[in-house]
Ligand binder design. Sequence first.
Ligand code: SF4
Length: 251
Amino acid sequence: MSKDKYKPIIDKAKRRLIISGGEPPISKDLSVILKLSKENKNIKEIELQSNGAIFLYKKIINKIEKHKSITEYNINFPSFDKETDKIITKSTFFGHRVKGIKNLIDKRLNVRLTFVINKLNYKQMTNYLRFIYKEFNNKPSVQFSFIQIQGNVIFNDIAPQYKNIKSELIKSLKFAKENKIKCFVDNIPLCISHPYNDMNIDYLKKKIGDTSFYEKKKVNQCKNCKLNEMCFGPPTDYVGVYGEKEFKPIK
Ligand code: SF4
């Protein structure tokens, strides 16, 4: 039954298969999906998304790893601070998630921590990296992803302005460089993360000719920017709410 449901979807997948929604590690369909993905030779990478708490149980990791398929465990980990984490994730499993991440690292698995930047956590970015460095022995990579709005959420209730996050973002990227933390930013125009272009996903995508991106559009001042060719512009939902004045061309 589940094989019939997933096969047409998996057959269409190219290069990277992302398994997300709910908690895939505990889905009874996961092993079906992983078996089917082996039949599609175009798939080279498989990302499994989770909040990490379930990896407290090593037998879950062992069960998944029997397939030898997952190339990246992408863990939603929005704060190093238990209270902030509780508000954002609406769960009290912070300790379980920290232990779950450590269990993945102990197994030498490839772990990425996703920090979705919002009004509650943007001031924490550098301290977050300090926590990763110390608590997880600098092993996971970190992705600072600016919040994307889906559904009926009021954008400016939860999305900070780029101009407000910029100094903390630059400080954190500097810290990451100095301490050799693999750190990337996503959904942030290059003029906001400059001079750390090589840590910006848009820049890296442009370098390999990948044009898949969340809806973005150049603004007027982009034509005078030396990074114009390497940038997709700001997200359209962002410009719709906060305007375009804060994007300053890089000379
Ligand atoms: S000014 Fe425009 S092209 Fe230049 S980095 Fe900013 S958003 Fe990108």
